[in-house]
Design a protein around this ligand. Sequence first.
Ligand SMILES: [Cu+2]
Length: 691
Amino acid sequence: MRIKPYPVIMVMLVCTLPVQADHLEELVVTASQDTRTIDVADELLISSDLAQLLKRAPGANVNSNGPLTGIPQYRGMYGSRIAMSMDGTQLAPSGPNWMDPPLSYAVGGQLESLKIYRGIVPVSVAAESIGGAIDVKSTQGEFGAGENFELGGRLIGNAQSVNDSYHVESAVYASNNRNRVRVAAMTENGDDAEFPDGKIRPTEYERQRYDLGYGFRTGNHTVQLDYGYNDTGDSGTPALPMDIETIKGDLYSLRYNFDRSEVLNVTVSLFGSDLDHTMTNYLLREAPKASQWRRNSASSDNMGFKFITTVFDNTGSSTFGFDGFSAKHNSDIDNPNNPMFFVENFNHARREILGVFLERKEDFNAHWSGELGIRFNRVEMDADKVNATPAIMMPAAASLRDSFNNSKRRQVDNNLDLAAKAWFRTTDNINWYLGVAQKNRSPSYQERYLWLPLQATAGLADGYTYTGTIALNPEVSRQIESGLNYSNSTLTLAPRIFYSKVKDYIQGTTSEDTAAIAFVRMMNRQNGTNNPDPLQFSNVDAQLYGFDMDWAWQLNPRWSLSGLVNYVRGKRDDSSDDNLYRIAAPNATVRLTYTAPAWTATFETVGYAKQDDVSAVNDERESSSYGLINLNATWYATSNLQLAAGVDNVLDEHYEDHLGGYNQAINSDIALGAPLPSYGTNLFARVIYTF
Ligand SMILES: [Cu+2]
């Protein structure tokens, strides 16, 4: 991938506003003071999992349970702690194990940019952003200059050797000065991936995606209507107890924008999605005996809106607005060999959030600037009564069902978020930064309403069954971070240190529910399994702290060096001295890039330290250090044609990503419960043709 040092002007001029990628087409990762924008079009991402791109921003990483399931991690927080928006819309995954994380609904080639907020997220950006925020923008096509329609488009194809996969997509845009239309389609397919000692089964995947968009513009007003259809077929998730059979999703959004540059900007959006998902433990992996076949049919119905207004004045801008999002989840388990068997895993589990916010950005003078934000959120959750065959047959399960059905399941949380940031520019080269915030996250529906011990944990993939706790408190994080942005004509550095104290951090703890423990032990006797006693989602206290930095050094007009350094530590902050689970190991990346007029080439080394700060309660295993070498080159053959090729893991290193989970599928090459190995040497090539 190409990285050039961020020009001096970027850090200097962009005091409070995120830089738009299109202003700086040269850059792959665009830095502003508090965001990193990855220009997806220029980015050489071959993986079908867009989340892998996050590894190119400081502080970010990915929890992976399969080839399509990357769950963003940022500074040690992950899952629903990270807000994710796509063109201003959001969605809740249909899978109770996050087989379809929100980011999996974004299609690489149709994206303009992937923006990661650095550290404390402005309250205007997302309702709940305790751990960070990611903002994805798709390419809508540009309005034309005159009344005649112009046609353009893009064709992208790539292939990789490690899993014999291909990916083909095309987008066609037609537009004049008032109308724009977009039609796009994508198909991709991969086989089980190889590692140096065999194959990782099942990691095959198949997915299709279709998109339609229409925009209308008159004067300063724009209306945009978008529709997307996602169709994922058989796809493996070896770190989880089941594999994806289908994920079918309809995504809608309607957006109105009024934009008078530097005066007033108003956006109103309405959006929704209908996501349906099935998964099984018998189609892609070796099936258990007939009585233990399980199929889970799950869905989420999502609806939301956002109204946001920004008024600009001489010294800054004020943003205010309100937003809402509601998600309704169902999840039912059956056994195709036994029509009598059923489990109502989640029955109309609902989560509704309404928020109102106010934010002020101010340039006080040539040296000082700041941002102040306040947001109030009201979260209301509820779930309907449940039942299951085990609850009819076994007293322990009956007791769990009855206590769930007889409890007050409706819960309301009132959460106050605050964020304050200040920048102080001492010289033309250095900009100091200090930020403090209080951020909340109300529990997920799994954390509150998982009534029967199951591995339905939004993708924790620790192999434990869990039960929820209806009365959980929201997590409250109090955060402080500091750092500086340094930039001269050849060198850019942006180090940050951060510390968060999280009150009521939600973590699985050893269950004290005798019915839940009895149920798991009884199932073990019945099925000949040896699942450990269950965990229960509980409020504990935690702290997370660390350091991250990206840097770039232009050696001369042709050669540049760039890289990342990340360190995060997460541990309990209550009577337990345990560590937090699934925290990225310390790591660093260094890239050497040669840039010629028509091509670039990059030599990349990635090093991960061992992770021995592991969670005892999650039975997390320590992981070893490793180093990788990756190579790639891009040739801009003509103004319309771009060719790229490369090799990842050149030395075919056998290594285990600490965030890659443990094997739960029978495989002669990898023992059950062993850490899943990462991919071996991968040759890849990509063609982009623009017309
Ligand atoms: Cu699933």
